[in-house]
Design a protein around this ligand. Structure first.
Ligand SMILES: [Ca+2]
Length: 356
């Protein structure tokens, strides 16, 4: 077990004028992984971590890593493979764990499944597929983030699979955010009778999804060339992709912006140049009280941890820490500790420590 304090030098990037002192950070390494994608903190201590190639790992509170048997078979190609892991709201009594992954031919489809975790194995028993994006197909942009609402509903982001147009087709499972029952059935009260699982549409590649302390749902998504977005997710709204964006096509071709089409909901915050957001939590913990009420986002291309203050219907970036590694996921626990999961090979799971 490696548990040394890494004397990483943290560089503070300029941010917008803010009265809040920026917190110096150091990092404690807990474990390392190969192309990890997401993590969940276990209530008894320790973590579940997914790796893109299909491994589901259990990390004990002391940093010992073991493979959990019973993970699904996945199609590993480019951006896709095994993705998010989330605990059921009643995990402590049910043991239920939710996973997302891509599997199938011609690019496959995003799948959502759940199984019962037996840490004595460790193994995942009775894994069942409870939702699958239809139709199949595409390449990257899985989305695949899971969040549970305060009332127990299950929300999932489904990326556009780099196809764009499906995001505007209600009957197509791609480019949407879904609201489901815990068993994967469409939730009652969803807005579109002919697309019963859909909550919102017009999404590109949402890699972050979280509720805030007042029960509002937030998601971020990567823009094309520029135009990463932070969106407040409101029932029935269309977020505009691929018809509007604050970014450009990779070819350089312009895309109309959100203001040109008021029927589409604009982002509350956009990043050009991009940060390539991945992972997001709402932070209300005691370890970093100066961050309470903020969103913390990981950054891939930006190799950063980004803090966004949300207030009413506004959001603004207030802190950005250059971590020096691509960040794939962010998590917190009941004590208010904050954890980062790096991207790529030999990627570290880190605990944040207040620096000097
Ligand atoms: Ca948008």
């Amino acid at each position: 077990m490696i548990r040394e304090i890494l004397a990483t030098v943290v560089i503070f990037l300029a941010s917008s004028a803010s009265a809040i002192a920026q917190t110096p950070l150091e990092f404690e390494q807990i474990a390392t992984f190969d192309q990890p994608w997401a993590m969940a903190v276990l209530p008894q201590g320790g973590f579940l971590v997914t790796e893109k190639a299909g491994r589901l790992a259990y990390v004990s509170a002391t940093g010992e890593v073991r493979t959990i048997e019973g993970a699904p078979s996945v199609t590993v190609d480019g951006q896709v493979g095994l993705h998010d892991v989330a605990l059921a709201p009643d995990f402590e009594t049910s043991g239920l764990v939710y996973l997302t992954w891509v599997d199938g031919t011609n690019g496959g489809a995003l799948h959502l499944g759940r199984g019962r975790l037996d840490l004595a194995g460790p193994r995942l028993d009775d894994l069942q597929i409870i939702w699958r994006a239809e139709p199949m197909g595409g390449s990257g942009h899985p989305g695949a983030m899971i969040a549970f609402g305060p009332d127990g509903h299950l929300f999932v982001t489904s990326g556009d699979r780099q196809l764009g147009d499906p995001a505007q087709v209600l009957g197509d499972g791609r480019g949407k955010i879904l609201r489901l029952m815990a068993d994967g059935a469409p939730a009652s009260g969803n807005p579109f009778p002919n697309a019963p699982e859909v909550w919102t549409s017009g999404h590109r590649n949402p890699y972050g999804l979280t509720f805030d302390g007042t029960g509002r749902l937030w998601s971020h998504e990567m823009g094309p060339r520029g135009g990463d977005e932070l969106n407040m997710i409101v029932v029935g709204q269309n977020y505009g992709w691929p018809l509007v964006s604050e970014g450009r096509q990779y070819s350089g071709r312009a895309i109309p912006n959100h203001a040109s089409r008021p029927e589409f909901t604009p982002p509350l915050l956009e990043w050009t140049p991009i940060i390539a957001p991945a992972g997001m939590i709402y932070y209300d913990g005691l370890v970093f009280p100066e961050w309470q009420g903020s969103l913390l986002l990981g950054g891939l291309a930006s190799q950063a941890l980004v803090r966004v203050e949300i207030s009413g219907n506004t959001a603004r970036e207030v802190d950005r820490w250059d971590i020096g590694h691509r960040i794939r996921d962010v998590a917190t626990d009941v004590d208010g500790q904050v954890y980062l999961l790096e991207d790529g090979s030999n990627a570290r799971l880190l605990r944040l420590i207040r620096g000097n």
